[in-house]
Each structure stands twice: as structure tokens, then as C-alpha cells.
Design a protein around this ligand. Structure first.
Ligand SMILES: Cc1ncc(COP(=O)(O)O)c(C=O)c1O
Length: 406
């Protein structure tokens, strides 16, 4: 069978971590691993009403094939909302509805990437983008990052010396996996460099609205004077991920190409889902859910970072996310997070070792922790158990303080 598969399949492997975590699903498990939104905010009753309303008002049209670009009213509503909440100015015909923003990533890979083309990305970067792009066999060029975002001197060098740069892929707001948020200066600097090198920027933005404190920083797309940013948005974190609804904003000539590849992928995103989301948006909006989510995640983040600071051994560093779903840990270089994971699973705690977020390998001493999916007492207990395993691994006494990247 293997020899019949396309050669690109050689690069696509299930991650061993995914396999480990698959068997680690039990009700006693404290999972700090996935990136699941908390389900208590899912508006189950409202959606039942909305579904009835859609079927009554739209009738069979809600169950019919529809256009690849997406439902016209939903595209307009998204364009209006993006202008209102993120200052992104786009016409409805620059909005493509996708099956989650994950599909947007795949469509971009299909439309832009030939084998050995270069994708510049943050180090570390979102694993799902790596898997979406990997199928098109690019080379990933990782740009070092710090608390402010990509280090622009490195980006400038790589833009100058890397052949065939097709995309610069970034998650500027509360990044998955680090939880970091880019400063305005870095955002502007990245756009300047992209302009100078005529590069296309992909801004993947699921978390900007999940901010706990501080002033919002404008998305790249809102600062994009020459239409070189492709923006990926999603309802997954401000509504329900199971709806699988996202959107891509891009200038028309790019959007037309994405429509062509989406036609081949799925003809269009589910008509009924688009109508449900459109009617939910117009009847209720997302403000109430977002406020609830911010409140719940802020408290969970607080418990996670406080417990980490109390329990972790010295030589360990963490990020301090002001939004989003994740905290990132860096352990001493000799500690392998995969071994730590195996030991944590024995005491019913799961997390994601960070190595997978680096497409070119290394960094096995890093860990991604999720704080959106577990209640506060479980987070506290999970972090205590993780810290106990780490202390044993490092053969050290509990310490009073660790460094925090603020
Ligand atoms: C940075 C980033 N991009 C894209 C996605 C995919 O989201 P969805 O396909 O649910 O919109 C995620 C999901 O966690 C993410 O963290």
C-alpha cells in the first residue's frame, strides 16, 4: 500500500503524542493538554430556538446546496462585525466562509505552496498550521521570538536570504502555544518588512477577543495599507468549535483563488450551519459569551500561574498570557518533556510536550499547558502533580520563585 501513496504522505505522520493522549482519556484525567473551550458557555437552548427559526424562516433553502464563497448575509455580517470589533475594513466580497479557520490554512497551502517553497513562521508556532501546510511539502523557516513577537532582525535576515518565500505565517494575539501577544511596534515592523520584500502575511487570529486585561492591540489586517495580509478568523473560541465555522479575509484576487480550491475541497461550508450562525449573530451576538469566557479563563489563568509560581522548581520559566488559552513552560535543557509526560500520565495529568510546535525539531524541554478546559480546583491539582514530577525529575527541592516572562 505504502508505494501507492503520494510521496507527500511520507512527511505526514500521526504524532506519537497524539497517540499517547488518545489512550489517556478518562474522567479522572486532569487534562491540561487540549485546547478545548469550556462547554458551559455553549448556548444550547438558544441554538435550539435558532435552529427552529432558521427552518421556519429559510425553509428548504437552509438545507440546499449554496455558494462556495458562503452565505451572502453571513459574509456581510462578518465584514460589519470585523470593522466594529477589530477595526478591519473589508467588503463582504473579500470574506470567504470556511469550515473552521483550519480549512483556511489548508486552502492557503493548496493555493500558494509548491514543494520546497518557504513558509516563515514563529518559533514555536501553531501545530495545526504545520500539519495543514506540511501536505504541500514546504520548508519551514522558524524565526526566533520573544515576549514582544517575532525578532525582526532575524525576520529581516531570513527574508533577505531565503529563496522562494511564499508566506509569513503568524499568530500575533495570545499565540497557540505560548500565549504571547505581539507589541504594536513589532506588528508595524513586520508589515514594513513584508512591504519591502513584497511578501504575503497570514494572520491567524482566533484569540484576539479573548483578552483578560490591558488594551487591545490592532490586528495586522487593520494596519495593512497595501492589502498583503490574509486574515483568518473563527467562531470556535467566541461561540462553539463544533459548528466548524470560520472565515478568511483577503483581497479579491487571492479570495478568488481560494474559492477555486475550496470548490474542489467541499463545494461549500454547510448551509444550515451558516444560517444558524447568521441568525444567532443577529438575534444574540457574541458579547455575552465572550464576557463569560474572559471571566472564566482569567480566573483559570490566575490559578494556573499562581500554582506554577508556588510549585515549580527553579530553572523553569513560564509565559504570562494576558488572554487566550495557553501558558508555555521552558524547562532546563536536560529535561525531556516527553518523559515528564509519561510520568504525569501515571498520576492522571496530561499536557502537550512543546517539541511538536517546532517544525525543524529540538526544544524537547518545553511544555504547553491549557487552562480553558478544566475547573480551577483541577488546574491547581494538575499543576501540583506536574510540579512534583518535575521536581523528582530535576532532583531538586521545591523552590519559592521562578522567572516569569512578562
Ligand atoms: C492558532 C490557531 N489557528 C487555527 C485554529 C483552528 O481553529 P478552528 O478550525 O476551530 O477555527 C486553532 C485552534 O485551536 C488555533 O489555535
Amino acid at each position: 500500500m505504502e508505494r501507492r501513496l503520494a510521496t507527500r504522505m511520507q512527511d505526514l505522520q500521526t504524532s506519537d503524542i497524539r497517540e499517547i493522549l488518545k489512550v489517556a482519556v478518562s474522567s479522572s484525567m486532569i487534562s491540561l493538554a487540549g485546547g478545548l473551550p469550556t462547554p458551559e458557555v455553549f448556548p444550547v437552548d438558544e441554538l435550539a430556538d435558532i435552529t427552529r427559526e432558521v427552518l421556519e424562516l429559510d425553509g428548504p433553502a437552509a438545507l440546499q446546496y449554496s455558494t462556495t464563497e458562503g452565505d451572502a448575509e453571513l459574509r456581510q455580517a462578518i465584514a460589519d462585525r470585523m470593522a466594529r470589533v477589530l477595526s478591519i475594513k473589508a467588503n463582504a466580497d473579500e470574506v470567504l466562509i470556511t469550515s473552521g479557520s483550519q480549512q483556511g490554512l489548508d486552502l492557503l497551502g493548496k493555493a500558494f505552496l509548491d514543494k520546497d517553497d518557504a513558509v516563515l513562521c514563529e518559533s514555536p508556532t501553531y501545530l495545526g498550521a504545520l500539519s495543514a501546510f506540511q501536505a504541500y511539502q514546504p520548508k519551514f523557516v522558524q524565526i526566533p521570538t520573544d515576549d514582544e513577537g517575532m525578532r525582526l532582525e532575524h525576520l529581516a535576515e531570513r527574508l533577505a536570504d531565503t529563496p522562494r518565500v511564499k508566506l509569513i505565517y503568524v499568530v500575533p494575539d495570545f499565540q497557540n502555544p505560548t500565549g504571547r501577544c505581539w507589541s504594536l511596534e513589532r506588528r508595524q515592523g513586520l508589515l514594513d518588512l513584508a512591504r519591502r520584500h513584497d511578501a504575503i502575511v497570514v494572520e491567524d487570529c482566533p484569540y484576539a477577543e479573548i483578552r483578560f486585561e490591558g488594551e487591545p492591540i490592532p490586528p495586522l489586517k487593520s494596519l495593512d495599507l497595501d492589502d498583503r495580509v490574509i486574515f483568518l478568523g473563527t467562531f470556535s473560541k467566541i461561540f462553539c468549535p463544533g459548528m466548524r465555522l470560520g472565515w478568511t479575509i483577503a483581497r479579491r484576487e487571492i479570495l478568488e483563488k481560494l474559492v477555486l480550491v475550496k470548490q474542489g475541497a467541499d463545494l461549500h461550508t454547510a448551509t444550515l450551519t451558516q444560517r444558524q450562525v447568521f441568525r444567532f449573530m443577529t438575534r444574540y451576538g457574541f458579547r455575552a459569551i465572550i464576557e463569560q469566557v474572559r471571566d472564566i479563563y482569567r480566573r483559570r489563568r490566575d490559578v494556573m500561574v499562581q500554582t506554577l509560581d508556588q510549585e515549580l522548581p527553579p530553572g523553569t520559566r513560564r509565559t504570562h498570557p494576558c488572554g487566550g488559552l495557553f501558558v508555555w513552560l521552558e524547562l532546563p535543557p536536560e529535561i525531556d518533556a516527553r518523559i515528564v509526560l509519561k510520568k504525569c500520565l501515571e498520576v492522571d495529568v496530561a499536557f502537550v510536550p512543546g517539541g511538536g510546535f517546532f517544525p525543524n525539531g529540538g526544544h524537547e524541554n518545553t511544555i504547553r499547558l491549557n487552562f480553558s478546559a478544566m475547573p480551577e480546583d483541577r488546574i491547581e491539582e494538575g499543576v501540583r502533580r506536574l510540579a512534583a514530577v518535575l521536581r523528582r525529575e530535576m532532583e531538586m527541592e521545591p523552590a519559592v520563585a521562578i522567572g516569569a516572562w512578562q
